[in-house]
Structure formats: structure tokens, C-alpha cells
Design a protein around this ligand. Structure first.
Ligand code: SF4
Length: 210
């Protein structure tokens, strides 16, 4: 069993990692060899280097919004994809304007793109808000294919639903980063539940009921 989330020593942060716990994942498997081999790929290597450069240069100064601009500059990306949820349309416009002003070409695609009815992909009536009429489905594969066709160099996800984002990640040709994770209840700040786990969200610690 891999125990990083419960590890008290986190010895992997240090060069001397002698006191790793017994169940440390570094004690078994070939995963690290495979990972190190993948860093030999020049594209992966460059991205790791640029990510480290951005982390260090703007540490605790740049917002994530700005980090994305700086990342594009450092990587030489000119054409940015922005895929967003229809519930965040006004935010998407502000974000798109910001990136355009930063000198990037922005190709944006909203989740409902394509006008595909939920019934067309077999989404059950019980999972529709309007079972008796047309209801456009979120179309993350369509968003990915649009960005692929436009040959965006880097794609930014703004508030796609859980699972829709997974499909976008799966089919996007360009590398993807997330500007914001959707949380309809917590103002797109999912960690608010975690930060309040000691108070109003104490239920996070309670055993799950069947
Ligand atoms: S890799 Fe090993 S040392 Fe590092 S956090 Fe996980 S269990 Fe702890």
C-alpha cells in the first residue's frame, strides 16, 4: 500500500532518504525508472525546466492567471486554447481578454459547443434537467477536437465538470493546465471544504454512511 498521504517523514524531499517508511512506494516497483526515462524526452525535459523556472521566479508573487501567461512566454507558445463551462461565461471573457492583452492568440470553446442533445449519447432521463426536450450536453471531446484542429499549443481549463474535464484531458493534443476547478457550492474553491474540516465541514472526518 502506498502511504504518502499519511507519511510523517516525507523523506523523499531530502537527499538522505534513509528513514523512508516501510510502505514507502520508493521501496518497490519500476515506476521511478519509467518516469526518469520519460524525462529524457526533450519535450518533457523542457516542460519540467520551464515549470521549475515559473515556480521559482514568481514564487508567492504571481497569481495562477499570470503564471499561465509567463509559462506560455517562457515556452514560446503563441496560440492558447481556453475551454470553459457555460456557467463561467463572463469569467471566460475576462480571462480571454487578459490573455489577449498579454500577447497571446486565444481560441476559446464553451462546453455546450456542437449542440449535441444529451439523449444522443445515451444520457438517461433521470440524469437530465429537461428529459422531455432538447438539452445540450457538455461536449469535452468536441472542445478537445476543436482545439486540436486549431492547433493550440497550450490549453487552459476553466471550470469544467468532474469527468468532463477528464475527457478533455484525454483527447487534447496540446498540454493542458487548469485555471479553476469547478465547485458549484464553494465558488470554485473546492479546498474550502478541506480548510473548514475542523469546523463547519467537520463531516469530512465522519465515517461514510451507506
Ligand atoms: S515517497 Fe516515501 S518518504 Fe516520500 S512521502 Fe511517500 S512514503 Fe513518505
Amino acid at each position: 500500500m502506498s502511504i504518502c498521504a499519511w507519511c510523517e517523514v516525507r523523506a523523499c524531499r531530502d537527499q538522505d532518504e534513509g528513514n523512508r517508511p516501510r510502505s514507502c512506494p520508493q521501496r518497490e516497483g519500476k515506476w521511478l525508472d519509467r518516469a526518469l526515462q520519460k524525462y529524457e524526452d526533450p519535450g518533457n525535459r523542457a516542460m519540467a525546466q520551464i515549470a521549475a523556472h515559473i515556480e521559482k521566479t514568481g514564487y508567492c508573487e504571481w497569481t495562477r492567471l499570470q503564471e499561465i501567461t509567463e509559462f506560455c512566454r517562457a515556452a514560446g507558445y503563441k496560440r492558447l486554447g481556453l475551454v470553459f463551462c457555460s456557467g463561467l461565461h463572463s469569467e471566460a471573457r475576462i480571462v480571454a481578454d487578459y490573455y489577449r492583452k498579454s500577447g497571446l492568440e486565444v481560441i476559446s470553446g464553451m462546453c455546450k459547443i456542437g449542440n449535441v442533445d444529451k439523449g444522443d449519447v445515451g444520457i438517461a432521463c433521470k440524469d437530465r434537467f429537461n428529459p422531455d426536450s432538447f438539452e445540450a450536453m457538455c461536449n469535452p471531446i468536441g472542445q478537445a477536437e476543436l482545439m486540436n484542429e486549431k492547433q493550440t499549443e497550450f490549453n487552459v481549463v476553466l471550470g469544467l465538470c468532474v469527468g468532463h474535464d477528464s475527457l478533455f484531458f484525454k483527447y487534447s493534443d496540446a498540454p493542458v493546465t487548469v485555471l479553476a476547478a469547478k465547485d458549484r457550492v464553494l465558488g470554485h474553491n473546492p479546498l474550502a471544504a478541506v480548510y473548514q474540516a475542523g469546523s463547519y465541514y467537520r463531516k469530512l472526518h465522519a465515517p461514510e454512511e451507506d
